[in-house]
Design a protein around this ligand. Structure first.
Ligand SMILES: [Zn+2]
Length: 229
């Protein structure tokens, strides 16, 4: 059964879960642009509602740059600009090797555990496991291991590499924020020309996910764990 979270209801759910307190929200992504694609609209809404968000990327996404014009940290700068557009979201970027994260899962677990110890998230966003990109699957696996003993909700987002077995049951209304998501993705200038970043595709996916939840526009998530405290 699908669960549609409409305008006022995102706050209602948050209040139900957390007695009205502001949440700490940890958002985990393999590459610069993953979070913006998968949950950018939802992060923007949460930020607007005053929640405390920390966004993490584990690689600089260097394999997504031309070898001839590549400049170190270029995509990190772009994701920082995108996160600023979504609501001045605090962002930390690590430099593990792009496309090789599956060789570094233990390190990613260590990083997440250290952050969680300090940040104590109430809600974590991570990649779905239903993804053909090995880095995305590695971040998913590391998240689930690192969070295994924590009382915390975990939602898994989709991406351009998500496969057809992705089966969302949690939807967030993007009405009023989809333009901000599209603007944020335009900050990724080095990725210009990637079809999945064009406004038409972003909008089409939001319409499709919205239709599944009887909404005009939505982002969709698989629930790994939803905790009411
Ligand atoms: Zn990615």
């Amino acid at each position: 059964m699908s669960q549609a979270i409409c305008d006022d209801k995102l706050s209602s759910l948050v209040h139900l879960n957390f007695n009205g307190k502001k949440m700490n929200v940890l958002a985990l992504g393999a590459h610069p642009d993953d979070l913006e694609i998968g949950c950018g609209g939802t992060l923007s809404r949460l930020r607007n509602e005053g929640h405390n968000i920390l966004a993490i990327t584990f690689t600089e996404g260097e394999k997504g740059l031309s070898r001839h014009t590549r400049r170190s940290g270029e995509r990190v700068t772009e994701t920082r600009k995108a996160m600023k557009t979504l609501g001045s979201i605090r962002t930390m970027c690590y430099s593990l090797p792009d496309t090789k994260l599956s060789d570094h899962i233990a390190k990613i677990i260590d990083i997440i555990e250290e952050i969680v110890e300090q940040f104590e998230p109430d809600l974590v966003f991570t990649h779905t496991s239903k993804d053909v990109h090995q880095d995305h699957r590695a971040v998913h696996e590391a998240t689930i291991v690192a969070m295994q003993n924590k009382t915390c909700s975990i939602l898994c987002y989709e991406n351009c590499r998500t496969d057809s077995s992705f089966n969302p049951s949690f939807f967030v209304n993007l009405d009023g924020v989809v333009d901000k998501k599209i603007t944020a993705l335009k900050r990724h200038k080095t990725q210009n020309g990637k079809p999945y970043l064009t406004p038409d595709i972003i909008l089409a996916n939001a319409i499709f996910r919205g239709s599944q939840a009887r909404l005009k526009l939505a982002e969709a998530f698989e629930i790994n764990r939803m905790v009411v405290v």
